[in-house]
Structure formats: C-alpha cells, structure tokens
Design a protein around this ligand. Structure first.
Ligand code: G4P
Length: 283
C-alpha cells in the first residue's frame, strides 16, 4: 500500500488565529500558490477566512511549470471570478502584481476618493502554504529600499508594514497556512515539490510515481535527461537510471534510494523540464 502523507504542525491553530487578526487590517490578500500544483498548494480554508475581501491569486514559480497548463489554471480561476497573476518571484516579474491589486481594490480607491482620502495606500497581506514563495515575494520588494513603517497603535506588537510605494503597504509577515491532505494525491504533489521534509518520506516510492507520471504526461523528458529508453514502469526505470548514472552501492547494485533523491532534486530545480504536476479538472 502507498505511504499516506500526513503532516500536522502543532502551532497551526495559533497561526490561523493570528492571521485572522491580520486580515482585519488589510484591504487585499495576495494569495500565493505553486503554479505546478495550484490545487494541492491552495488551502481551501482561505476562501472561508478572507470571505469577501479583495484577493489576487498568484500562480508563482511559473518558471518551473508548464506554460500551457498554467494558462489553463489561470482561466479556470478567472472563470470562478478570481483575479489571477502568473509570477516568478525569484526573477521578480512583480510589475504584474500591482495592476490586478489595483483592479480588485477599485471600490476601496473610489470610496477613499469620495471621502477625500486620496493618498491612503492599499494595505496588503501575503498568504499561502509553506514554500510557495511568500518570503521571496516580500523580500524582493523589501530589497528595493522600502521603508518599514513600524508598529501602529492598535496593531499586535511585532507586526511591521513595508511601504512599497505611495500606493501600497505590505504586512511584512506572511500568513502561513498548512496544506490540506484531503486525498493522497495532494500529499504526494506537495512532497514532489519539496514542501515536506524528505526525511519522513519514502523517496523511492515517490520517484517511481513521478517517473510514471512524467512518462504519461511528458514522454521523453526522463529518457532525455538520463540517457535511457523509457521502457517499462517507474519501478523498472528507476534502477535502470541508477545503473546508467553509475549510482551504485558497494556491491554494484543500483542505489535506487540515492537515485530517487537525485531525480527529485532534478524535478525541483527544473532540470526535468517545465513540469506541471496536476491538471485542471473537467467541470
Ligand atoms: P515561503 O516563504 O512561502 O515558505 O517560501 P520562500 O519564499 O522561502 O521560497 C521557497 C523556495 O522557493 C526558495 O528556494 C525560493 O528561492 C524559491 N522560490 C520562490 N519563488 C520562486 C519562483 O517564482 N521561482 C522559482 N524557481 N523559485 C522560487 P530555496 O531553495 O529554499 O532557497 P534558495 O535556493 O532560493 O536560496
């Protein structure tokens, strides 16, 4: 039977409560998901928590995902009425974010104007499960010499705002939610991208599943990367790759565990190509 992926950090309830407090302070939520697994990396509680607050969904790490699938996911969420931006926070194509933020905050901007508060910046909070790029997003802005505006009266101590421009202030601490392991495929997807500690995973099993997935959706990627024929199942291909790459144990047997780790590293760094690990469902 396949390993059941489970992961319950203890401080989840506290973090959630803090986030609910922070949500009261902001005009807009910038929710990050991993473009390779938009469903699996999207905590369904966000919708309940943010209610009708304006939100922009970032399909981040788009540089690692399959552009065609990312475009399908963008359309899927847009059809649900969610404003979406496709981003690569590492290379900082963040200009894409301000436009949709303005768009979802249009009502607030109009309201402020009517009240004569023309220069009140939009206040935003970044939110998402671990490893989707929240800190990278915040830091890429913070690096651009933005001033921290310090604690505010009535704001929980420790909360800092980064003034990005006259127009936008960002809460410097992201809201962290945890993935929902609603079915095992979600756990596996989160494990693929490296958001679960590898020490607690069966990496061989994970790599075997990955090879099968890639063989079906991206035929040729594995063969090309490792110089093998993609014949047989993942369980057969994994040792074949280990032999080809001379990844062997002392007795000359293929070291499938070590090879599995290398294959997962290759996936995570994009060396297996731009790969999306899930698909838009038929609706
Ligand atoms: P988090 O706050 O949501 O937990 O995520 P964090 O920003 O720490 O990002 C997790 C990892 O993802 C980091 O890599 C970061 O560089 C990388 N990352 C963030 N956004 C993008 C993106 O758009 N594209 C790509 N390719 N990577 C992204 P790391 O390996 O932990 O650190 P480092 O090697 O960058 O130092």
């Amino acid at each position: 039977m396949e390993t059941q992926y489970q992961w319950y950090p203890g401080h989840m309830a506290k973090a959630k409560k803090e986030m609910e407090e922070s949500l009261k302070l902001v005009d807009v939520v910038i929710e990050l998901v991993d473009a390779r697994i938009p469903f699996s990396s999207k905590n369904p509680d966000v919708d309940k928590m943010i209610k009708s607050k304006p939100r922009v969904l970032l399909l981040n790490k788009s540089d690692l995902a399959d552009d065609r699938v990312t475009a399908e996911f963008k359309k899927y969420y847009e059809d649900k009425g969610i404003t979406v931006a496709v981003t690569d926070c590492k290379k900082g194509r963040l200009d894409r974010v301000m436009e949709p933020v303005r768009e979802v905050c249009r009502e607030k901007i109009e309201r402020d104007k009517k009240r004569g508060m023309i220069n009140r910046p939009i206040r935003a909070m970044v939110l998402g499960i671990p490893n989707v790029g929240k800190s990278t997003f915040i830091n890429s802005y913070a690096k651009k010499a933005c001033t921290k505006t310090g604690d505010r009266p009535g704001v929980t101590k420790g909360r800092q705002w980064i003034r990005l421009s006259k127009e936008l202030e960002l809460l410097d601490t992201p809201g962290i939610l945890w993935p929902k392991f609603e079915d095992n495929a979600i756990g596996r997807n989160i494990a693929y991208i490296g958001s679960i500690n590898d020490e607690i995973l069966n990496l061989e099993e994970l790599a075997v599943n990955l090879i099968d997935f890639l063989h079906e959706y991206y035929p040729g990627n594995v063969g090309e990367r490792y110089g093998i024929e993609e014949n047989g199942t993942g369980a057969e291909i994994l040792p074949a790759i280990a032999i080809k790459k001379a990844c062997l144990k002392k007795g000359g047997e293929p070291d499938t565990e070590k090879m599995a780790r290398l294959i997962l590293e290759d996936l995570r760094s994009g060396r297996l190509g731009k790969v999306s690990l899930e698909r838009v469902p038929f609706v």
